[in-house]
Write a protein that binds this ligand. Structure first.
Ligand code: KIV
Length: 272
């Protein structure tokens, strides 16, 4: 039985704020479809992120850049149909908010109206402040994302750990405070030193969710396909694998092939 089966209270941005205040860690994983959304929600995850990592793990692209708004809405609406309790957050895809706050608002409204999700997430600090301001002013909860920002991979040129230099670390803290001031409800920090993430988490009043950002964050997020071992080539140091589903699935598929080829499947009980 799942840990939280008894707990029907919906997770809201307000609940996440309360969790930070009482020191209860927030659990977050990605989801891209109905079946996985349902399993994750049933297990008791607090937040489900319909991440633009769907571009990598679902569509097989090398980066998160190609995924479109329509595709994100399709993934998000599928997840929402499977969820009763978790807060569902959807990534604004690349090209739908950078440098154009009107587009940012229109895209966020489309996500909220067409998918039924509860919040949006976007990457960046001072460069996206106009977009954040506009979206928040429309009453849409915004989650920020600083540190390694995969939509800026061609600017960074590498997926290595960010903000190890003082200047970048100072800018990150400045951006985090600015985003909080603009009204975001939570912040993701990706692949930065644990001490810096600790400083940001202790400085901000809003929850800080880490991925490769150490143990002092208010919560943790991973890409579900990575932690389940479905994606098996991606092995950064921060990734803990909780299962080896590639192996489990492979065994099942090989057994099925054998059973079909040998005529063992279907047997009489499996026939009408
Ligand atoms: O798209 C995604 O999955 C993300 C997480 C890595 C935080 O942004």
């Amino acid at each position: 039985m799942s840990v939280h089966k008894h707990q029907e209270k919906r997770i809201t941005t307000h609940v996440l704020q309360e969790m930070k205040q009482r020191g209860e860690k927030i659990s977050m994983l990605t989801a891209y479809d109905y079946s996985m959304g349902r399993i994750l929600d049933d297990a008791g995850l607090d937040v489900l992120l319909v991440g633009d990592s769907a571009s990598n793990v679902i569509a097989g692209h090398e980066t998160t850049l190609p995924i479109t708004l329509d595709q994100m809405i399709y993934h998000a609406s599928s997840v929402v149909r499977g969820v009763k309790r978790a807060l569902v957050v959807v990534d604004l895809p690349f090209g739908n908010y950078q440098g154009d706050s009107k587009n940012a608002l229109q895209s966020s409204i489309r996500i909220m109206k067409e998918s039924g999700a509860h919040a949006i997430k976007l990457e960046g600090g001072e460069f996206v402040q106009d977009s954040v301001k506009r979206i928040v002013s429309a009453g849409i909860p915004v989650m920020g994302h600083l540190g390694l920002m995969p939509q800026s991979i061609y600017r960074f040129g590498t997926y290595t750990v960010r903000a190890t230099e003082e200047m970048e670390a100072e800018q990150l803290l400045k951006d985090a405070l600015m985003l909080q001031e603009l009204g975001i409800f939570a912040l993701v920090l990706e692949k930065i030193p644990a001490d810096l993430a600790r400083k940001v988490s202790e400085t901000l009043k809003i929850p800080v969710i880490g991925i490769g950002a150490g143990k002092y964050c208010d919560g943790q997020v991973l890409v579900t396909h990575d932690m389940l071992g479905i994606t098996y080539e991606f092995a950064p140091r921060f990734l803990r694998r909780y299962a080896n589903l590639k192996e489990t699935m492979n065994q099942a598929f090989m057994q099925y092939i054998e059973d079909v080829k040998s005529g063992d499947f279907p047997n009489d009980k499996e026939s009408y």
